[in-house]
Design a protein around this ligand. Structure first.
Ligand SMILES: Cc1cc2nc3c(=O)[nH]c(=O)nc-3n(C[C@H](O)[C@H](O)[C@H](O)COP(=O)(O)OP(=O)(O)OC[C@H]3O[C@@H](n4cnc5c(N)ncnc54)[C@H](O)[C@@H]3O)c2cc1C
Length: 489
């Protein structure tokens, strides 16, 4: 129920973790490293419960991977970000936070293979006509064979290849999964951990896909099959902007403040150096990358922790946004391009998600290159990347070069934790070590080296803040026990 007397804006936020300034302001405070969705959600939760958070963000804007870039009236995300939450409390929270800024968008995607566009995810009738009946028979036979194997050997193996072959059959793996996965990750599918694909398309198999084609209800809870999603009219970055606005009630968000050092005494974090400032607090939540965190610790952690961190890799991303003098080019949410003849892997047109994402009469096509930092396309000049993107888009039939009025390139280091087989053990070594610090919680995508979507990031940030309240209570008790200067001797 809406609390009486509260302005609309504040009442809207009282859905789950109300941002209403807490009636009591505690002396204890918190520091949050990283101003992406996880860090901002943690800070929001602290602030809504009367604890002052300070957020330190390296970039000059908040949002991390979930930000929206604005150039000459065009807006684009770091790869189109749809919002969908399986946890209805998280959805209600975001709806409350964003109010009427949210649009309901229908998803319609295509995958480009063998010179043709197919529905994505797979629709049996569409693929039947595209692949030919013989291939379809082979797909079904391979799938049945794998189901039979599963009766004798429950565990399919450790890799993405093992898992997909077990759940879809080898032919489907080769047709739909191999090319795109290898393009995204840059390593062979038999070196990619199955835990990534398992979580991403949890609950999905060839049988589920086929059932979903005939009954929408089957795919309702499988994230990969969701047909509709929420999207803020001015881009996904608005969710972070709104969180940062609300944190302002009690806390502060310092952008352009990279954390450079993390001091500790072996049991607790004692202070951080961010930008030119040294700051300390009763509780710390880190959402910056695990690798960066341990490398900034002073004194340095044990060798085995540093060694584990040096074994964790990241996949990087280059985005090229191409401005086109046309009101709209496609009616698609995403276009996947596994084909090796094209150097990019995915395309989206922000204007299809929200008409406010480009000036009237114009549109933008955003092309994603999955790559490793300082290698290949990463080192290309912006002009080269724009030219390559325009040529690729022209070959796919989306535009003509003379319709292009400009373009922008963005390099995104560490966009994806690289889930190479063995990453779980390395991550465990680091997390075990960090769990020994009594006033530290680590959360988030790079923060825990985990496959997180935005809904998970929001939940993880909130959880990290709530878990910190035991630490804050201990700090409170300790301060009460210390004689104040006005106490009689
Ligand atoms: C291409 C792409 C597409 C995606 N699409 C979707 C989608 O459609 N739907 C969805 O739900 N999710 C999507 N995601 C996932 C989503 O982006 C993440 O789940 C979410 O943004 C993670 O938030 P985070 O705060 O944990 O991490 P980040 O966004 O990485 O935030 C970490 C923050 O820490 C800051 N930082 C790093 N080092 C320092 C330092 N030393 N000092 C201070 N600050 C520092 C960074 O600048 C950053 O702002 C996508 C991700 C990518 C890469």
């Amino acid at each position: 129920m809406r609390p009486r007397g509260l302005p609309d804006k504040i009442a809207r936020n009282s859905v789950e973790a109300p941002s209403v300034p807490h009636p009591m302001r505690f002396e204890e405070d918190a520091i949050v490293l990283g101003g992406g969705l996880t860090g901002l959600s943690a800070a929001y939760t602290f602030s809504s419960k009367g604890v002052s958070p300070q957020v330190f963000e390296a970039d000059d804007t908040v949002g991390g991977l979930s930000k929206t870039i604005i150039r000459d009236g065009y807006r684009f995300d770091i790869g189109g970000h749809r919002f969908h939450a399986r946890d209805k409390k998280v959805e209600a929270f975001v709806r409350g936070l964003m109010g009427d800024e949210l649009l309901n968008v229908s998803r319609k995607s295509r995958i480009y293979m063998n010179g043709r566009f197919f529905d994505y995810p797979l629709k049996p009738l569409n693929s039947l006509s595209g692949l030919g009946p013989l291939t379809v028979l082979r797909v079904i036979a391979d799938y049945c064979l794998e189901r039979a194997k599963g009766l004798f050997k429950a565990d399919p193996g450790d890799s993405l290849e093992d898992w997909v072959v077990r759940n879809f059959g080898r032919k489907m793996f080769e047709i739909y999964f191999k090319g795109y996965s290898e393009k995204v990750w840059g390593i062979p599918c038999n070196r990619i951990s199955r835990s990534w694909v398992e979580r991403r398309i949890e609950g999905l198999s060839l049988a589920t896909v086929i059932k979903n084609a005939f009954s929408k209800a089957v795919g309702r809870d499988v994230p990969t099959l969701i047909d509709d999603f929420l999207y803020p009219a001015l881009g996904i970055g608005r969710i972070s902007d709104r969180l940062a606005e609300e944190i302002g009630h009690l806390g502060s968000v310092h952008t352009s403040s990279p954390v450079k050092a993390i001091h500790h005494d072996g049991k607790s974090i004692t202070s951080v150096v961010a930008g030119e400032k040294k700051a300390s607090a009763d509780a710390y939540v880190s959402t910056i990358s695990l690798t960066a965190f341990v490398n900034m610790m002073d004194p340095a952690p044990p060798d085995e922790v540093l060694e584990a961190a040096s074994g964790l890799g990241y996949r990087d991303l280059v985005i090229a946004a191409i401005a086109v003098d046309r009101p709209v080019v496609t009616n698609l949410s995403w276009i996947y391009v596994p084909d090796k003849d094209f150097p990019f892997g995915r395309i989206h047109e922000p204007k299809v998600w929200s008409s406010a994402m480009a000036p009237e009469g114009k549109t933008l096509l955003v092309v994603e290159y999955f790559c490793f930092q300082n290698e290949g396309v990463w080192n290309n000049t912006d002009e080269e990347l724009i030219e390559t993107s325009v040529k690729g888009l022209e070959r796919l039939g989306f535009l003509k070069a003379d319709e292009v009025s400009g373009g922008w390139v963005l390099r995104v280091p560490g966009a994806y934790p690289l889930f190479e087989i063995g990453y779980e053990e390395k991550t465990r070594v680091i997390l075990d070590y960090l769990s020994g610090f009594d006033n530290l919680k680590v959360a988030g995508r790079a923060g825990r080296f985990a496959y997180l979507n935005m809904d998970h990031a929001i939940a993880a940030g909130r959880e990290a803040a709530l878990e910190s309240f035991a630490t804050l209570a201990r700090a409170f008790v300790k301060k009460q026990a210390q004689p104040s200067r006005t106490d009689p001797l």
